[in-house]
Design a protein. Structure first.
Length: 305
């Protein structure tokens, strides 16, 4: 009975299922098959030999990674930047989508939306160069602040560890805000206009309609994306972004786990140690997703599972 229902539903949605197949193939080839090679995290792998020939060393590389002198610094920076982005960068696209939906001038609305997501298509090496130029001693940021009398002299912001997290978060918001808002805009477009009309008859204002109708309708979308954002907490400190913006002077605030994995794997050729660090990070991310899923389900009755 259950099998028949499943087959009928599958046939009914066959066009949608066919659209999913390319994504599933990509996921299997690039995400699931490579997981087999995580075995080298438990071996002393040498690139001159196959993974199967490498001797087993158990948890040796995990102990080395967790016992690293700078492990807690890397963990603090990774979690700190990721959490900072979660509480700042996650709600901003929602707010932007809500206010964009209130714009009645269609051409202006489209222009704002287009301009907002254009930075997403600029690669971090290019965008990072722009940011480094803006934050230089003779950059536009220093010139504006000194002109306004907000600082006495030029500050080399990117060399100051105390500014790095804020630079990382603000630049990430600028780059991804418009792009991340697209899914919320799509969800808002599905709101039944009759709900707004009924609210107007009851005397509801714009902000009341926004809160009691728009936000409530897109709440499932917000909940699901929040769960995914929590699971992505350790990836919130975007490797490409940090790699471009970091330097020896801000290393105490910019050294993250992904940078360690890169240095150990690509830089030092210690693939087993890099794999062990990556596996630890993946397991923690999985725990975060499951925890966020349980909490969100209890609070909002929305979940991934």
């Amino acid at each position: 009975m259950i099998k028949n229902k499943f087959l009928k539903k599958l046939m009914k949605q066959r066009q949608r299922q066919l659209m999913v197949i390319p994504g599933m193939i990509w996921l299997i080839i690039f995400c699931y098959i490579p997981m087999v090679w995580l075995i080298i995290a438990f071996k002393d792998y040498d690139i001159t030999k196959s993974a199967m020939e490498a001797p087993w060393v158990g948890l040796k590389h995990f102990k080395e990674f967790l016992g690293n002198d700078r492990f807690y610094l890397m963990l603090r920076n990774t979690v700190g930047i990721g959490f900072y982005k979660l509480i700042v960068a996650f709600p901003i696209p929602i707010i932007f989508a809500l206010f964009l939906n209130e714009i009645r001038h269609v051409k202006f609305k489209k222009m704002v939306q287009t301009v907002s997501y254009l930075p997403h298509f600029i690669a971090w090496p290019i965008l990072g160069g722009i940011i480094l130029s803006w934050l230089g001693r003779t950059g536009i940021v220093n010139n504006i602040l000194m002109t306004l009398g907000l600082q006495d002299g030029p500050i080399y912001y990117i060399a100051k560890p105390e500014y790095f997290w804020r630079i990382a978060v603000i630049s990430d918001v600028w780059k991804e805000m418009g792009w991340n808002a697209i899914i919320y805009i799509a969800a808002i477009s599905g709101v039944n206009p009759s709900l707004y009309e009924a609210a107007e008859i009851d005397g509801a204002g714009r902000f009341q309609k926004m809160w009691h109708i728009t936000v409530q309708v897109i709440r499932p979308t917000i909940a699901i994306l929040f769960i995914l954002a929590v699971g992505n907490l350790l990836n919130g400190s975007n490797f490409e972004q940090i790699f471009v913006l970091r330097n020896n002077m801000n290393l105490d605030a910019s050294e993250i786990i992904d940078l360690y994995i890169y240095n150990m794997g690509i830089g030092a050729g210690r693939f087993s140690l890099a794999s062990a660090a990556s596996l630890v990070k993946a397991v923690v991310s999985l725990i975060l997703v499951l925890t966020a899923n349980v909490i969100t389900k209890k609070l909002t009755e929305e979940s991934l599972l």
